[in-house]
Design a protein around this ligand. Structure first.
Ligand SMILES: Cc1cc2nc3c(=O)[nH]c(=O)nc-3n(C[C@H](O)[C@H](O)[C@H](O)COP(=O)(O)O)c2cc1C
Length: 488
């Protein structure tokens, strides 16, 4: 197929490589695609992406961990409103880290009408992550957000734009309102999002006006390139029909991808291991996708050089890759856990499960069977349920204009008291605590209980297994980019 040209692509050109990235490093929460990882990828001339999930807690915990290399305080010192940034530093920074006090401060849970301090922490934390990812080079940096986590979206987007983020990538739902919000924030104007509320009898909106943060605001801000993460051509066609919802491009993510996956379309059937089975309705019609006329990247199982060529033949600009980067030296996953994961790759029995029950979102979620993590039944059962972070809480209406919040991984009685259905609690895992533990920010409760780790990874292990043979001691971002580009 002749190379496709897109009217909008010049907007997304890396000054380092002088071209549109053919590899996007996928956004991986929580803090797996940390600023260090994204920074390293951007320097290769491809695009690095920081995870935008739970950045408020990530910033607060990095400061409580002692910020020993000074990165976080250096980025805070670059924030346009120093009073705001220094207040946050004063609140959370512990010079000696967790040595004297292993338990992290409790986090403020998000809600429909957050306090000013919550907006500040959301905006400042996104600024810090993007600023550090962009530090020291001219390459491209994106931020990844999940449509399912709505209550932090506006504050995070705004903070990322203050730091000059080049792209916003968003999936796990239908991100129809994001192009509009980016247009508003460009001029420091108020933006709004419809919020999904279970049992709602009225419409609920969340609004954020940057001016409420104070007179800090350089404008106009750069309008980032917006990439919707979708699974098939169907949503591409739907979103691009209306100028208000039309993104600038797409990542088309197939079911092998790590993290959350969209459920199969239509009536869902499961294999004997309880994994959802994808069928003909989940296939991509590439002719229809190309006819939309927007640039796209393929994701999920594009882990070897031949797959990059295949994606290009399909008309894609390239691929988005997660797992290979998650296992790289620069990712946020704890070193000892990464080494265990790399050793597991050599075991032919090692498997990543598409767990239909684990995520409180109800979406399938990939769980890697790493030892001593919550993937193991005995570790799961030993964990006393607790919801102290609450990013995946679902708002529900008690009466018009009175909302409460519930999570199907919280203590079962509490969930039932809030009108939740017991069937939804079965097999649910606390993703918030598990994923933070994976990157060395796990809570140690006052009674000494340590939150167990939860590792998500893609189910296509071909690329990781090839790379471990070439680099038995582990690999770097540059190794991944060289490997994937070796046949281009
Ligand atoms: C550890 C991990 C965490 C992930 N977290 C997210 C996330 O927070 N948001 C998102 O849109 N995708 C997430 N993904 C998906 C990646 O961005 C990427 O699209 C996917 O991993 C590509 O498939 P691959 O793993 O086969 O390369 C995650 C993937 C991994 C491996």
């Amino acid at each position: 197929m002749p190379p496709m040209t897109f009217a909008t692509t010049p907007h997304l050109v890396s000054p380092i490589s002088g071209r549109t990235p053919r590899i996007i490093q996928g956004g991986m929460g929580v803090a797996v695609s940390s600023y260090e990882l994204a920074n390293a990828v951007a320097q290769t001339g491809e695009m690095g992406v920081v995870s935008g999930t739970a950045l408020d807690v990530v910033l607060a915990r990095r400061l409580q961990n002692g910020d020993f290399n000074g990165d976080i305080r250096r980025a805070l010192a670059a924030f346009p409103d120093q009073e705001m940034a220094q207040n946050i530093q004063k609140t959370f920074y512990r010079e000696n880290g967790r040595s004297d006090k292993p338990t992290y401060r409790p986090a403020t849970k998000l809600s429909l009408v957050p306090a000013k301090k919550t907006w500040e922490l959301l905006a400042v934390s996104a600024f810090v992550e993007v600023w550090l990812a962009k530090e020291g080079h001219e390459g491209l940096i994106g931020i990844n957000l999940l449509e399912k986590i709505q209550l932090s979206t506006l504050g995070t987007l705004y903070g990322a734009m203050l730091a000059g983020v080049d792209a916003v990538l968003m999936g796990a739902g239908i991100p129809a309102e994001i192009p509009g919000a980016l247009n508003k924030f460009q001029n420091n104007e108020e933006a709004a999002l419809d919020i999904d509320v279970a049992g709602s009898t009225i419409n609920y909106k969340m609004t954020f006006d940057p001016k409420t943060l104070g007179p800090i605001l350089p404008a106009p801000l750069k309008r980032p390139f917006f990439i919707a993460i979708i699974t098939t051509h169907v949503l591409a066609m739907h979103l691009s029909k209306n100028p208000a919802t039309k993104p600038d491009g797409f990542v088309v993510e197939r079911p092998d991808a790590g993290g959350h996956n969209a459920p199969p379309r239509g009536r869902v059937e499961y294999n004997e291991e309880g994994e959802p089975i994808y069928g003909a309705r989940d296939e991509v019609d590439y002719e229809k996708l190309r006819a939309v006329g927007l640039p796209f990247w393929m994701a999920g199982g594009y882990s070897v050089p031949e797959k990059l060529l295949e994606a290009k033949d399909l008309g894609a600009c390239g691929i988005q890759v997660g797992s290979l980067f998650a296992a790289s030296n620069e990712s946020g996953i704890l070193r000892e856990l990464k080494d265990e994961l790399l050793a597991d790759l050599l075991d032919t029995e090692f498997k990543v499960k598409t767990d239909a029950k684990a995520s409180p979102t109800g979406f399938p979620f990939k769980v890697a069977a790493v030892q001593n993590t919550i993937a193991k039944q005995e570790v799961y059962e030993a964990r006393p349920r607790l919801c102290d972070l609450g990013y995946l809480r679902e708002p529900f209406e008690r009466e018009p204009n009175t909302l409460s919040y519930r999570c199907s991984a919280e203590p079962v009685d509490a969930f039932l008291d809030k009108g939740g259905d017991i069937s939804e609690t079965v097999g649910r895992k606390c993703l918030c605590n598990g994923l933070l533990a994976t990157v060395g920010m796990g809570q140690i409760r006052p009674d000494g209980y340590e939150e167990p780790v939860l590792v998500t990874f893609g189910s296509d292990l071909k690329g990781p297994r090839e790379l471990i043979k070439i680099h038995p001691k582990g690999w770097s971002v540059q190794n991944v980019v060289d490997f994937l580009s070796s046949k281009v």
